[in-house]
Design a protein around this ligand. Structure first.
Ligand code: THU
Length: 160
């Protein structure tokens, strides 16, 4: 029997201005696009901004549907658009923010399980770890790679 301990480094910042400049810029874009969310059912507006290797920023917001299960999260709206429009360009970073009826949520916005799975696949596809910037009123958290969000992910290599 062996016990293995996994280590996850979480970089915490009190405010957006403390972040490295490129993260600040990305997070502000995510905050902007959260206003475009179509979230009449949950009233929870999520914004995601991706920084591509070629310097482009791609954004997305959650899009809901009266048939609840047909909606899509902000992260996947942005990621699928980026990957389908620029299929050869890696994603360097993603910033995620969320607002409820009271404004920016208190704790850092956490991508859901399905979005984590998609982030892991994108890292695998481009062979590049992505910075993950999660926005909250109390703190902003940064992770260096989607593996940190989803250890033991089902990856393309899981099919071998
Ligand atoms: N949502 C996202 O956009 N991203 C996530 O990672 C978590 C949840 C959206 C889906 C739904 O429109 C609303 O937030 C409430 O769950």
């Amino acid at each position: 029997m062996r016990i293995k301990e996994l280590q996850i480094l979480v970089y915490e910042y009190d405010t957006v201005v403390e972040l490295p400049e490129s993260d600040q810029n990305l997070l502000l874009k995510a905050r902007e696009v959260a206003n475009n969310a179509y979230a009449p059912y949950s009233k929870f507006k999520v914004g995601a901004a991706l920084l591509l290797e070629n310097g482009l920023i791609i954004t997305g917001s959650n899009q809901e549907n009266a048939d609840f299960t047909d909606g899509l999260c902000a992260e996947r709206v942005a990621m699928f658009y980026a990957n389908s429009t620029y299929p050869d360009v890696a994603v360097k970073a993603i910033a995620v923010t969320a607002k409820n009826i009271n404004g920016l949520i208190e704790e850092p916005a956490q991508p859901c399980g399905s979005c984590r799975q998609v982030l892991v696949e994108t890292e695998w596809r481009y062979k590049k770890a992505m910075r993950i910037i999660m926005d909250g009123r109390k703190r902003i958290q940064v992770l260096e790679g989607a593996d940190n969000l989803l250890p033991f992910a089902f990856k393309p290599s899981s099919l071998d």
